[in-house]
Design a protein around this ligand. Sequence first.
Ligand code: EPU
Length: 337
Amino acid sequence: MRIEQNYSLLKHNTFHLEVKTKYFVEYDNESALEKLLCDEYFFTQQFLHIGQGSNLLFLGDFDGIIVHSAIRGIEKTGEDREYVWLRAGAGTDWDTFVKHCVDAGLGGVENLSLIPGEVGASAVQNIGAYGVEVSGVIEQVHAINIETGQKRCFTNADCNYSYRQSFFKEAGNIGKYYITHVIYRLRKRPEYRLEYGNLHEQFADKPVTLSAVREAVIGIRRRKLPDPQVTGNAGSFFVNPCISTRLCKELQEQYPDMPHFPVDEEYIKIPAAWLIDRCGLKGLQSGGAAVHMHQPLVIVNQSGLATGQDIAHLAGEICRRVKDRFSIELQPEVNYI
Ligand code: EPU
């Protein structure tokens, strides 16, 4: 187990904010985690389990213990005629896992290429992109209840997945389980999903293969989204709002070109990027933070010197302007700490 004191979180938050934590604890196996959860001092402090910090906004230093999993590695746990089951450690880099699947000829996660973060977070956030959500390939999530120390195996149904939502994000469950491993079910004969946006256009004159889909998705992401290695950001800052069909009809009278995607009979999903764009907010700044020019759903640490407060202030301003114009309340996807 690695323990650091008065530790910089610069490399543990993709906004690149220079914040510190009183303690940083990293474990690389389940028994080390169990030992940590038996430690009396641990529970006297405030604590937070993080992944790669690609969905966090630190508003200041953290006066407590930041916990991180270094349980890594990918192994095959089963196979039949159609599927292969892979078990990955929660601390495995997500895109390393995607590349492993693509290289092994296994389908299901290729559309989720290059999403920052780790395997554990993929199961909490139900990450999604280009028409695919990870919940479609998650078979089981193995976790430890930090209050009782008991291990629990969640089936896919137990995880209660929906758009960017899971059991682990529900009130009362947040932070209660530390995920150790996720088991994914991948297809030996891939079923390609190319309906989203212009993805299919890229295959007009070349065969569809797993690696070609991965390359196409990486290409789109590189064109549209800022590289967090270069410019601090946390991907989509807000989730796409679901509004009532009534409000949608009212808005369509004023904005006939508003993109909208029915979720069910009652709700319609509206791209937050479009709402922010229509408010003319691309490039809007607050201190060192700015609304990204190519994808306004992303807030960037433009100067490299932005503070968490700059980013929170800008996000607040975006919410206010979108609410004033469209009567829609945007909800952050990013967690404020
Ligand atoms: N749009 C604009 N102006 C822009 C950009 C987009 O009006 O400058 C509108 C367009 O109508 C476009 C629509 O927004 O069709 C949707 O844009 P995009 O395809 O980029 O997708 P998104 O809904 O903004 C979601 C995910 C992304 C994911 C993409 C692709 C959420 C919160 N975000 O974004 O996920 O990569 O779809 O599937 O659902 C992330 O979570 O960090 C992330 C990047």
